[in-house]
Design a protein around this ligand. Structure first.
Ligand code: SF4
Length: 496
């Protein structure tokens, strides 16, 4: 891919909003653009192509997108040939409205056709008009597309997309469609490809990971997949995580697989959303508080060191003080290691947005503050239990905002906790260190004593050498407009 007047490749930048699913989709978008001959723009440069990968779940997502598009308009005016593309959930939701509201946008693509982006950019340039292409169902599983990974040591692997549930606060089912599962062989091939590149940690991703298999009729498929990942330990897969399981579908075989598979981390992120059965019912979530707590009991019985984290929504329509007290009760009982807490706010297009009993902002705010205070008390108490214990830390990039000032390095323990530790010469992101926890805060641990061990890893070597981890995709049946050269060249760029 070159500009019309020069041999220099066109550059791109991907701006991501939202959940892990979007972060991972952005790796696919970057991989696709690399494969089509574009190159990632340097931080300070104005890119020739700016892609917004949007989120419709967060509050004010629309305002934020249109605000950012507005800022980019004068930049585009000064850079002839610049293109702007908008994809992701908000694009799927707003469809053609985006080019009506922001006619300087060149391409709009949806959650079901990420793979079409390079072609749509080409077509927009060639035809000199905006291209809007959104499909109602998945065209190609995103994981069959090439990816440019953000990290040399940890990788996302999508096992399913979409969701068959109908939680009344959630826009995901209408934007991402019904659950589609990848075949276990394909998932494992991608995990193996990552491990061959030196990646130590893999997170299996799905809107509802533990219903994996529903499409091909195997209710035990998720536990089997965890065990199959265990067989890659000898080849260097040290940590396996997953997000997010649904409590209603959480079965004992998954707990057994977690406990019995050595490289599966003892961390579980399981959204609670509410501790009140009445509210859970109104949310159309089919488990109840007792069931949620009994899963946690079973997990702790099998893995006493498990760190359990969650998502909670406060102020759902109709939530009473008594309902809220039940949420506080579950938080106390569950002893969460951390919790993402959200104030309910209406998402247009969801059933909850038109429910009666919407609560005044100050009530929601006040409950939210009480919940935050309790969460902090609980997580701090849980973290304090770890003081004096040895932890294994996978050194990370960008996890410690104050590291520059404190001389510490940061990373994640096996249970997912954030650990800041005393830095030493020669430790690179991707390496493994062992250290002792000396101090606990509500949201992190410090380890300020001497290191017990430091292991150099291939991921650390790759990071030090500035390598980018890539996984190949299969570009099946994508029409292209007159630029096969760049695609051919890109095959070499896929290292795995
Ligand atoms: S389980 Fe509920 S909250 Fe999660 S993606 Fe599906 S509908 Fe949304």
């Amino acid at each position: 891919m070159t500009t019309e007047n020069s041999a220099a490749p066109r550059t791109y930048q991907v701006r991501t909003y939202g959940c892990q699913m979007n972060v991972h989709d952005s790796e696919r978008i970057a991989g696709l653009l690399d494969a089509a001959g574009y190159v990632k723009a340097a931080e300070a440069d104005t890119a020739d192509v700016v892609v917004f990968n949007t989120c419709a779940v967060r509050e004010n997502a629309d305002n934020r997108l249109y605000g950012n598009l507005g800022h980019l308009r004068p930049v585009k005016d000064k850079h002839p040939g610049m293109q702007i593309a908008v994809g992701g959930c908000l694009a799927q939701k707003d469809q053609g409205d985006i080019v009506k509201k922001a006619p300087w946008v060149d391409v709009v693509f949806g959650t079901h056709n990420i793979g079409s982006l390079p072609v749509l950019l080409e077509r927009a340039r060639h035809n000199e008009e905006a291209q809007v292409e959104l499909l109602e169902s998945l065209e190609i599983f995103p994981s069959t597309l090439p990816a440019r990974r953000e990290s040399t040591y940890a990788g996302w692997v999508s096992i399913s997309v979409g969701c068959n549930n109908t939680c009344t606060f959630c826009i995901v089912p209408s934007l991402r469609g019904k659950e589609k599962d990848r075949r276990p062989g394909e998932v494992l091939a991608e995990v193996e490809a990552l491990v061959a590149e030196g990646v130590l940690e893999v997170t299996l991703l799905g809107q509802n990971v533990n219903t994996y298999g529903v499409e091909f009729g195997d209710r035990l498929a998720f536990g089997k997949l965890l065990r199959a990942c265990g067989s890659l330990r000898e080849r260097g897969l040290e940590r396996v995580r997953f997000t997010s399981p649904h409590p209603a579908a959480f079965t004992d075989d998954v707990i057994d697989a977690m406990a019995e598979t050595e490289n599966v981390c003892h961390s579980l992120h399981m959204p609670l959303q509410s501790g009140s059965d009445t509210v859970l019912k109104a949310m159309r979530r089919s488990y109840r508080a007792d069931r949620y707590l009994s899963i946690i009991d079973n997990v702790r019985r099998a893995m006493p060191d498990a760190a359990i984290t969650t998502d909670i929504i406060v102020g759902f329509p109709g939530e009473t003080e008594e309902d809220f007290q039940q949420t506080l009760h579950v938080v106390r009982e569950a002893r969460f290691a951390s919790a993402f807490t959200f104030q309910y706010s209406k998402r247009p297009g969801t059933p909850a947005a038109t429910m009666e009993g919407q609560l005044p902002k100050q009530v929601v705010q006040e409950r939210y503050e009480r919940l935050m205070a309790l969460v902090e008390e609980v997580t701090w108490a849980e973290n304090k239990k770890l003081v004096g214990q040895e932890v294994e830390v996978l050194v990370a990039v960008g996890e410690g905002r104050k590291d520059g000032a404190t001389g510490r390095l940061s990373g994640r323990a096996r249970d997912g906790r954030l650990v800041h530790f005393e830095g030493a010469q020669g430790i690179r992101p991707g390496d493994i260190v062992h250290t002792t926890v000396t101090y606990a805060a509500p949201h992190h641990l410090n380890a300020d004593g001497p290191l017990l061990a430091h292991r150099l890893t291939r991921a650390g070597d790759a990071h030090e050498a500035g390598q980018v981890t890539r996984t190949k995709g299969v570009m099946l049946g994508l029409p292209t407009i007159g630029q096969p050269v760049a695609l051919a060249a890109s095959k070499d760029a896929c290292a795995s």
